[in-house]
Design a protein around this ligand. Sequence first.
Ligand code: SAH
Ligand code: SF4
Length: 399
Amino acid sequence: MTTGGKTLTTLLDAGSAGPAARLFGLSNEELSDRLRGFGLLRYRIRQLETALYRQKVAEIQEVTTWPKELRDQVAAAGFRVGLPQIVETFRSVDGTERYLIAGNDRQTVETVWMPEGDGGEEGDSAPANEGDSKKERAGKEWSRATICVSSQIGCAVNCQFCLTARLGMIRNLTAGEIAGQVAAVLKRHEAESGRDRINLVFMGMGEPFLNYDAFMAAVRLLAGPMEIAESRMTVSTSGIVPGILRFAQEKVRPKLAISLNAPNDKIREGIMPVTRKWSIGEVVEAVRQVPLRPRERVTFEYVLLGGVNDGPQHADEVVKLVRRAQFPAKVNLIAWNPGPDVPFTTPQAEDVARFQTRLREQGVPAFVRRPRGRDIYAACGQLKKTGSQDREQGAGCRE
Ligand code: SAH
Ligand code: SF4
């Protein structure tokens, strides 16, 4: 297949050159360190940062704030930008796009673009000070958008309802591969984080808190030179307690979402084996250590599985659990998105609405996340590296 005139193989090869020479993904200190031999003053490093992370240049020659001679020297020494490239795009009837992005090796990384978000951000208090006007770019109209970012290829956590779990754990992504997903997608849509309302959710493939250092290094790039407000980022974890405790110490951090998915440990153990390691009580206790910002709430993600966790008695248990937690919280309900050979059923829309009402009537803020891009396997829990190689699942409209 071809993408913009280049073959898929060429793009994957371009992404596979040695990580030592790649500049994208490095922090200010790492850039200074890596380019030490050139005797650059600090402002030259800052210019490079702006070019890499704001302008998202593809080649060193595009760093036009640098003299030509310097660009030539750095390029001749074998350095290159290494901005991650989108190698395949699937477009849903609802405007959602799913991308396969070249990783540092021949693996691809999955990322999703959801124009207008999926309702999961409702009830959040992120400032709406950026441009609200609709943008007509890349053939799409949008006034805000959410990018769903992956942190690993595959996942080791093995939640029974999740398609990513079927891959097992393949590998961690680097900080550059995590932040690079955002850069590649923003570039495609000519979006600018300072001007457009861009939200990030670390809810793609993988468990961010099992790749903690790279994930947080990516957050620092995104919140620093890429200028995405931390209040616009949300990380979701299946409840990795040591990760939550480290997260509690961070000065710059996204908002926190916990994939609760069950009203009690018994049901949760059946669908999320990680519960045997850390019970709901232990997770809640760890979350209590996170100092929340003014008006910040913790999100409990709750995937509704027909006949498993979607009854009125389950809603009542969730109410008790949220009350006992004693921190400001909201519940985001997600009707289960089906996947091949995953033995669950999707509840009816009325059942989802009933569950939501039962929570709300008892004072628990609850929102329903709209499934986005189900037809292209872009919805929550459907990411499973479906590309042209795995055509049986790669439905939808492919570029
Ligand atoms: N690993 C992290 C983040 C990625 S999963 C975590 O589990 O929190 C993002 C969200 O998708 C989680 O809340 C998860 O419970 C949910 N999810 C997984 N599979 C799903 C499916 N098939 N349908 C709907 N939501 C799903
Ligand atoms: Fe991993 Fe999250 Fe899927 Fe569980 S729901 S298997 S933690 S990606």
